[in-house]
Design a protein around this ligand. Sequence first.
Ligand code: HEM
Length: 522
Amino acid sequence: MKSTEQDSNSSTLTNRQGHPISDNQNIRTIGNRGPSTLENYHFIEKISHFDRERIPERVVHARGAGAHGYFEAYGTVGGEPVSKYTRAKLFQEKGKRTPVFVRFSTVVHGGHSPETLRDPRGFATKFYTEDGNWDLVGNNLKIFFIRDPLKFPDMVHAFRPDPVTNLSNPERMFDFVSNSPEATHMITFLFSPWGIPANYRQMQGSGVNTYKWVNSGGEAVLVKYHWEPVKVEIKNLTQAEAEQIQGKHTSHATQDLYEAIERGEYPEWELCVQIISDDEHTELDFDPLDPTKLWDHEKFPFLPVGKMVLDRNPENYFAEVEQVAFGTGVLVDGLDFSDDKLLQGRTFSYSDTQRYRVGTNYLQLPINAPRTHVATNQRDGQMAYHVDRGAGQNPHVNYEPSSLGGLKEAAPSGKEHEPAYNDKLVRQKIDRTNDFGQAGDTYRKFENWERDELIANLVNALKVCHPVIQRKMIEHFTNADADYGRRVAEGLASAGGQAGTSDSNREGAAAAAKSGQRTDGY
Ligand code: HEM
């Protein structure tokens, strides 16, 4: 990134007006005991800038670390030229490099919270392509808790500390989750060791939502994106391992990333896509647009399209990692949205929050600005740093269309992708919700130690929850897999959890789970 600080041959301290400062220790006062005077320009500038050093934290994903690097395309996908599926320029040519900036994060807690918490990890990548920026805003886990964006603010509130006590309490999270059965699959991952990646280098990434690729003929396919780490193993932590690290260090993942890059051990991932035709796929028992579902990679193989290497640490954490702004709407030609509702909700939310968090002109900051031609008729606003004017543009014409030397629309780069719609406007769930099937598959695919950890972590969290919540959760787990539900119920019983303090309670819970009936009232 280009530094916005002026290089200077002199190490003389100045203020921001360029005035040399000869005394940075004493404010001006009437006599050396005070009082002070109001014209202390240097002091007032210094303290008032300090007073404004913080901007609002990200409302989620506040805790993060980042690095620069590059993406290198393979030019093919599954043995075919990539142009068969997408015209996006960054993928076309074997060996073509595109600069990137990546920010990793945790989700729920604040900017200095420990990096050992059980939480999804963010994995957001900004590609500075010749066609403008592309942001792939993903997580380490391949699925999500919910499928409708209307539920996102409630979900985040439930996962956060109590608004009265400011204390974290799993009852809040499980209250929401037990009433949102679509979260069962994500909870199964989150409470297993997959909920605490060992660091940022040894984890996967995924775009989670379904997107489209569009070729030069305007034809689309559905795609999911995945980052697979190379040269290192994927590594997750048990709860006990995480607690041990947390006892000594709250920034272990930031440190690991920074130091690996300083040592020249550059983290690397391969970008893979899963591709399916752009239709409803009624042969599947789930909807391919549903972000709570995996696309089985035995059926839909991971096809590598390029690799990413992170080889440079930020020079300024605030200017780069804190002010970087990613969004799911930031796509380049040849990439498109799918009809996934969650994706569409996200696409509004990101730039909305960034206009508030960073400011109206956040796209003029060096970390966010495209490294290509930018020419708009958008003007002014807080902290406008320059005018996004075209090279030959008449400076008086800040509107379009015009015959007086204003900006002109670009020529189309290919045939437009024009999906057709004919349906009622409704508020409805999708048809193929299948909330538990894949949660059960995932449970059965875990290794024994992962299943043991999952059960222990769930029991530990659920034992402080209200019995009605415990029972609903046991019901969901049983719907996923009978053994899963039974083990959580038994674990709660022997932990003296409220649902299982006596044998009759335990049987009651198991019976409730089996029959899908609740055994108590509110
Ligand atoms: C950050 C909204 C779902 C990944 C954010 C931010 C918002 C947000 C407002 C803060 C952005 C900023 O301040 O710059 C939403 C909404 C969602 C949703 C409304 C669902 C309706 C997801 C999902 C994923 C995800 C499914 C994973 C694929 C991320 C990441 C960041 C983030 C990685 C941090 C980006 C960074 O490092 O700056 N999200 N999100 N979000 N979100 Fe989401």
